[in-house]
Design a protein around this ligand. Sequence first.
Ligand code: ZN
Length: 242
Amino acid sequence: MSEQDWKLLWQVKMQDRLKLILWKIAAEALPLRATIFARMGATDNLDTILCPLCSNQAETALHLFQHCPVSRILWRNSAWPLDIANIPTSSPADLIKKLLNADDSLGIPPPQLQMFIINAAIIFYELWYSRNQLLHAGIPCIIKAKLVALARRYADHFHAWHQVQTLGCRLRWVPPEPDWLKVNFDVAVRCNGSFLAVSCRDYTSSLCIVYTERLQATDPLVGEVLAAVRAVELALENNWPV
Ligand SMILES: [Zn+2]
């Protein structure tokens, strides 16, 4: 990656641990099985270098983060559905470079680039975490649970980002009174559809429920109205007085 790409990575407004996972992938600094054994000159024992998540291919950075079936499922079902394996890449650094410059490489609208990069980072972070949990603690990677965790994490970032965008620093989210719940909703409109998120927090600011949905609508007003309707429906489904 060029100096400008590294600069771009550090300028993205997201948690350092998320920046770090993108940096480590690009710098080939993660202790992946095939990479380690290749450095040791011992790649003949296939069992020792197989990807722990799919047990089907050697575990390289491009396999785990781009071509592994688990990565492809997480990407396809994310807020930015993408067939990640179809992006032509020559190296892990090339993959990260293309994602950081997705406005040019994938046609992501520039105002949405920040959330696209955050989505990529939380998927990669989850893959690395799941792989370590499985390999070192024997905890299985349950795709359904991973998708729920990813949607929740994305919605958190989505709200934080839009709060900064729309309210600036002057207004802050205020928790509800004790025994009350506060439901917030928002929508991000893109040229080929939109993405709505509804979240509910209690007076301690703890997240109680997160709901996300992809919509066909490209009209911001329609998106906002649908998000408001979903928020009310969520409250009614849970028998909360609105
Ligand atoms: Zn795999």
